[in-house]
Every structure is written in C-alpha cells, then in structure tokens.
Design a protein around this ligand. Structure first.
Ligand code: IVH
Length: 669
C-alpha cells in the first residue's frame, strides 16, 4: 500500500471511529455492532503500526493507552485555576446575591446553576481542533501535564471538527462514576485487598498513574463546565455550555438558568436529595452569574471569582453513639471491626453500622465504647467513623480491646509483621471463611450459579451438605428437596444451575477457586499464559513473575496456594466433576502461518501494543512465544526498557533482536 492511500484510509477510519465513539459515549446510542467497531479499530491500529509516520497523537487508538509517563511535567496555566468561595446556608447565599447586585449596580442579571462535581479539576487545551494538553489544577498556577492519561477518557474529544476558535481551553472535572468505583472495590474485596476510600481519591490517583493503559481500565469520565480563550465571543455561560456541547464535550444536563436567588434556592432544594440518584458524586451547587460581560465587571478577589460561589451540601455526617464494636470474618480470614451505632439518619438512609477498617484505625481514633462519634458518608458505600466528639465523652466510656480470638471459631488471631489486618488461620473450620469461599465460587465472574444465594449456601453448610465448592457438584435431589423453602421446581432449578456451570471457561474456574490476590483479570492472564491448571500448579515463583503484570505478591500467593494439600485435593475433585481446567485453544485459532515454526521472546514496553497483545498476534500468525532466551530462539522482540541482561544474552547466542517496526514488517510481509 502506498503512503498516500494509507493516509486516506487512516483519515476515513479516524472520522468513523470518532463518530461512533461520540454516539456511544455521549449520546448513549450506537449505529454499529461492537464487533464491527472493534474491526475498525483493529484496522486502524494495524495501519498505524505499518505506517508509524502517519500516526497522529490524537488518534482514537490512543484511547486504549500504552504510553508511559515517568514524571509528569509541570506546566504553568495560561489562566490561573482559581477555586470558588463556599457558602453553607441560604443566608450566606443571599449575602452573595447582595454583593453581586451591588457590584453590578443593577438587578438585571441572572444565574446559571450547576452541580458541583466531586472529582479532580482538569484543564484541556485545544489547538486547531486538536487536544494538545491536559493539565491538573496543581496549586492553581502550575499543574501536572497528564495528557496521555486524559486521552484514555472516552468522552473527551481528541479532535473537534468545528472548533469555536483556533485556540481555546475547556475546564471541567474528571470523575470516577459511582458504579465503576463500586465495581473496583468489589474486585479488590474479592481478592482480599484493602478497599479504596472514595471515588474522588481513586479518580485522582488514577490520573497520576504512570501507565496509561492502566488508566484506560479505570473508566474515568469528565464533565466540562468552563470555556476560556482570548478570542471568544460567547455572551453567556449558558451559551458557552451549549457551544461546548455542540463541539462534542460532555456537559451534564443538570444545569438550570435562574432569574433570581429564590430560584437558585429552589434549584438547591430540588437537588439536595435527588443528587444521590446521579451516576457520580456531587458535593454542592455552583452558582454563576450568567452574562460574561457581567462576570468581567465583577472580576476576582485574590482567590475566588466574585461572579460565582459554591453552596456546599450539608456535610454528609452525623454524630451518634457507639454502642459496641463487633468483628466480621471475611472469605480470606481477615477480621474487620465494625462499629455498632445508635441508628442515625445520614444522606437519606439510616445508618446503624460503620466500618472501622482495622486495629490501627481504632487506635488512631482513640475510640471507646459509649463515645459519641462522627459518622461520614462520602463517596463510599459503607459509612465510616471519622472521629470522636471528645466533649461528649463520659467516664462510663470503655476502651476497646481488639479481639485476640476469632469471633466465629475462637482460633487465636494472627497479625503478620508490618500488616494492619488480623487474620483467622482456621481456613477449613471457620464458617464465614467457608461460606465466603463458596459465595466467591458461584459469583457471576466465576461459575455464575445464580440459582444459589447466600441463604441457601448457609443452609447447605449448616446441614453439613456443602463445605467446599466441590461439594456442590455432589448434591442430589434428595439433599436439596429437604431444605427449607425448596420444592420440586426450585430443587431442579438449583441442580441444573450447578450442572450448567460446568462449562464455565478455565479463567472463570481459576478465579473461582479463590487464590488470594488473583482477581478475574489476573486469572485470565495466568490461564492464557499457562494454558492449563497443571502448568500453573507446577510453575515456580520465578516462572510466575515472568508473566506480564504478575508481581511478587501474586506469584508468592499462587505458589503458597498450590503448596496446600487441601487445595490440590479440592481441584482434583472439581476436575472429576467435569469442570474445565484448560484453555479452549479452538477459540484462539491461528489466522495464518506467516510465523510458523518461529519462536519469539517478547520483552519491554511497546508503542502500539500491550505485551500480551503482541504475544497474541504472534500466536495468531502461527508463531510460538516462549519465556526464556536460548540458542534455539528465532527472535527477541525488543521494546523500550528491556533489561540489559536479556539483550546481552540474545547477542551472545546470536538471536535476532528485532524492534516493533521490524516485527510489523515481518507480519505484514
Ligand atoms: S467553576 C473559578 N463549576 O470546584 C473557579 N467548578 O472550588 C471556576 N467544581 O476547582 C470553577 N464542579 O474543581 C466550577 N460545575 C462546576 C464545578 C466546579 C466542580 C470544582 C472545580 C473547582 C472547585 C472550586
């Protein structure tokens, strides 16, 4: 293919993909199947790697990430990123309104009210329609250049067909939708990781990750609320929002124009409760004078604009009495202390319990039973105790001594050196751990047995019918029909659900057996790398850390899991029941045999591919991927940051070392 022809095709594909992305992410509609969309993207990726000189930094292929930022460059903002003054009462709002009226020397003005999105402020610069820079707020004058990471946010246009001006800036809030945040925490819980505190901090942490492909997985989103530029003529803030919307930016449809401060107060009242139904966290309302010329007239104080203010929703916290501390045992044996509270109304719901995380947290808070405590509900689902109201402490309050024995099975608790969490080691005799493992095994991402629920698992366990996942497959009609609430149909449903789960793919089963730190994604990586359970079972620590994205902690945990005879016996029984313990290779059929009989080692970081992706391409082209360099090896595909020892070894053994571009040539020959 000639360069000119490739250029035309790339342009066409880019336009198409941008169009479908916009429809999908901003308008929630789709004119194309997922499969066809993926095909378009794959075609663009292939062409860009064949003609790297045609790859634009604003290509939609950037969405999947891959770029590594070692250190974020500090950038000075063209217009300082100020913050808003806060108000907490309607009286203070009326005072703000009086100041506006005085400053304008008129009562002919209106307000534009928006929600205050709880995320991370971002400033995006567009030049000739292209996103050229994304910078965090930083100290207001200088922020961090996080462009590569921001490009992975699907609702942020990388190019604009009809920009309002050759150069302009838009500002908004990057946030993590509540659903995504809950999902991430659920996954962390699944593998026994500490939970993230709230969506805002998680969004902020995600934006500062070094590997943008990891950021892409965080599914961040962004609402824009400011348009800035030297040559802009938009007369009102409302017009600016409309103009941003037309250019393809994500504008929350929740804003409203208000004629006076009373209408503003009504807007606040409307959202005070309703905001909990929004897909993201909000912590207030932002009130802005609508006319841009009036905004200019009012100007700024040293810190804040005089034409805008925020009304913060009542802090979502309450004071209540700590009646007791109880202890919960998780699937992994981790003990979580729970505050049992005098019921209190908080953010629309009655709160009776709050997590206390671990013993350090109790110590840090200097908590005593009988204390009045501050309970807060931020972005997190579970409220937390944030402090003690010492002024209300009485002499009858009693210090908390963290339990030394498991509250469920009385086993002496362990606390590993340097770890905050206490554990119960009675893996096979502690009820919540056993039930937890079965619940983990049947969940959607594992064996997906939806005819089984928590209550039935409890019953099955208490009736001594099931004490491990493998027992599920030995259940008979007679066993189940005798359980509480079971009749003929429900019994047959349950059994057929268990039977149907036997076709779950290997990666689901591997996740389901519950190796600590092995979440669904890691299970998938291990399954595809090793192909079957026996290979994983025999893999050494050194071999495991060779697997892309498998770190020391996971490798140690996998080795430990397979050293336990009980686990080996359990897997043996699951195998006997007919569960799948190997990858179905027919799904990964070879597409052609260009690389037949050739062996490859892939090492380092690549511009256009993830390492796993590259390996998949080799396999699809008939090649074989191995992990260590030997004299028999045909090619070492070398990316950036490849270890020097690998290179030396390959050179010594006369193995061809090829770059990513040379690899592309090889498969496109
Ligand atoms: S306007 C001059 N509008 O709140 C400041 N800010 O303290 C103009 N925020 O840093 C900001 N939602 O991160 C504006 N609808 C909204 C907002 C909003 C959230 C954040 C933003 C800013 C902080 C102000």
């Amino acid at each position: 293919m000639q360069l000119e022809e490739a250029k035309n095709i790339i342009e066409g594909l880019t336009k198409q993909i941008d169009h479908y992305n916009h429809l999908y992410y901003q308008k929630s509609t789709s004119e194309i199947s997922d499969y066809d969309f993926d095909q378009l993207l794959a075609k663009l990726i292939a062409l860009e790697s064949q003609f790297p000189e045609l790859k634009s930094p604003n290509s939609p292929t950037q969405r999947v990430g891959g770029a590594i930022t070692k250190e974020f460059e500090t950038v000075t903002h063209k217009f300082a990123m100020l913050s808003l003054g806060n108000t907490y009462s309607k009286e203070e709002l009326e005072e703000f309104d009086t100041r506006v009226q005085k400053g304008l020397d008129s009562d002919d003005y209106e307000y534009l009210c928006e929600l205050k999105f709880d995320g991370v402020a971002i400033s995006l610069t567009y030049e000739n329609g292209l996103l050229t820079r994304a910078v965090t707020r930083g100290d207001g004058n200088r922020g961090d250049d996080v462009t590569n990471n921001v490009k992975t946010i699907r609702t942020i246009p990388l190019r604009i067909n009809h920009p309002i001006s050759p150069q302009f800036e838009v500002r908004g809030e990057v946030f993590m939708p509540k659903e995504v945040f809950n999902q991430i925490n659920k996954e962390r819980e699944d593998i026994g990781e500490m939970l993230y505190a709230n969506a805002r901090n998680t969004a902020s942490g995600s934006l500062k990750m070094q590997d943008s492909s990891a950021v892409a997985k965080r599914k961040l989103d962004c609402y824009l609320y400011s348009l800035l530029g030297d040559e802009l003529t938009t007369p009102t803030h409302e017009a600016a929002l409309e103009s941003m919307n037309e250019m393809g930016f994500n504008i929350s449809p929740t804003y409203r124009k208000c004629k006076n401060i009373n209408e503003v107060i009504n807007f606040i009242t409307d959202w005070e409760e309703k905001r909990h139904e929004l897909p993201l966290e909000t912590d207030g309302i932002v009130i802005k004078v609508n006319s841009i010329s009036q905004q200019k007239k009012l100007g700024f104080t040293a810190k804040n604009p005089r034409w805008a203010i925020s009304f913060k929703f009542k802090a979502e916290n309450a004071v209540t009495k700590l009646n007791n501390v109880t202890y919960q045992v998780g699937r992994t044996g981790a003990i979580t202390p729970v505050a049992e509270l005098e019921p209190v109304l908080l953010a629309g719901t009655t709160v009776k319990r709050a997590s206390l995380h671990n013993a350090n947290e109790i110590e840090r808070l200097d908590l005593r039973v009988g204390d009045f405590v501050f309970v807060e509900k931020g972005g997190e689902i579970i409220p937390k105790v944030t402090g003690v109201d010492i002024t209300q402490r009485t002499s009858s309050s009693t210090p908390i001594h963290f339990v030394t024995k498991c509250p469920e099975c009385q086993t002496e608790l362990l606390r590993k050196e340097g770890e905050a969490v206490h554990y119960c080691s009675n893996i096979n005799g502690c009820a919540p751990q056993i039930k937890g493992r079965i619940e983990h095994f049947i969940q959607r991402k594992a064996l997906n047995i939806d005819s089984l629920g928590e209550r039935t698992i409890s019953q099955l366990y208490e009736c001594h019918l099931v004490s491990s996942p493998a027992d599920l497959f030995d259940l008979t009609y007679e066993n189940v029909i005798d359980l509480d609430g079971f009749k003929d149909l429900s019994t047959r449903n349950l059994l057929s659900g268990i039977e149907a789960s036997k076709i779950s793919p290997f990666e689901n089963v591997l996740f389901g057996i519950g190796i600590r730190y092995v979440g669904r994604t890691v299970a998938e990586k291990l399954a595809h790398y090793f192909k079957n359970i026996d290979a994983i079972l025999h893999a050494t620590y050194e071999e495991l850390i060779e697997v892309p994205e498998i770190g020391e902690r996971i490798a140690k945990s996998v080795v430990f899991f397979f050293q336990q005879p009980d686990n080996i016996a359990e897997i043996g029984r699951l195998k006997k029941s007919g569960l799948i313990f190997e990858i179905d290779e027919s799904i990964y059929q070879v597409e052609n045999d260009i690389l037949q009989h050739k062996t490859f080692v892939v090492s380092g970081v690549f511009e256009n591919y993830g390492r796993d992706e590259l390996k998949e391409i080799i396999k699809k082209n008939g090649g074989k991927v191995v992990s260590s360099i030997s004299g028999k090896l045909d090619y070492l595909v070398a990316g950036e940051k490849m270890g020097p020892s690998k290179k030396q070894k390959a050179e010594k053994l006369d193995v061809s070392i090829i770059s990513e571009t040379e690899f592309n040539k090889l498969i496109n020959q």
